[in-house]
Design a protein around this ligand. Sequence first.
Ligand SMILES: [Mg+2]
Length: 168
Amino acid sequence: MLFKPDFAFYRITDIEISFLKKNGIKGLILDVDNTLTTHDNPIPAEGVREWIENMKQNGIKLIIVSNNHPPRVKPFADLLGVDFVCEGKKPLSKGFKQASEKMNLPFDEIGAVGDQIYTDILGANFSGIKSLYVSPIEHEKTAFFKFKRKMEIPFIPKKLYRKTERKL
Ligand SMILES: [Mg+2]
């Protein structure tokens, strides 16, 4: 099912090394807006820097693939010390292909993380990349986005994995 994420998390920081190892994921493609921070925010969301550092230390390759333009993507990627592809044209495979080449990893060893069903998840599924859905950090207020989010509802898993759930 092309619109269904393979895995679903509450936040990107809920994705753990043990999960990636278990699923043979050696590299992650990261979306920016509403995945690593709120829309157009130059500052990463809480815990994101630490999460990125932990990934790097554990040998997980990271690359940002965003449909947004260079002035938005480059400074943000530089701040996190992560390579990037902008104007990635998700859900088309162009950006994912470039990312796979840059990481030197085949599609089946890559996971793509993002908050939008019709770009991030559809694109990953279409390319044979594992799709990791995260709940958008903030809900956009424009009518267009509200409509898009409504159209996503049937495909969003009911249960989103949260690290803290383990303690319950
Ligand atoms: Mg996004």
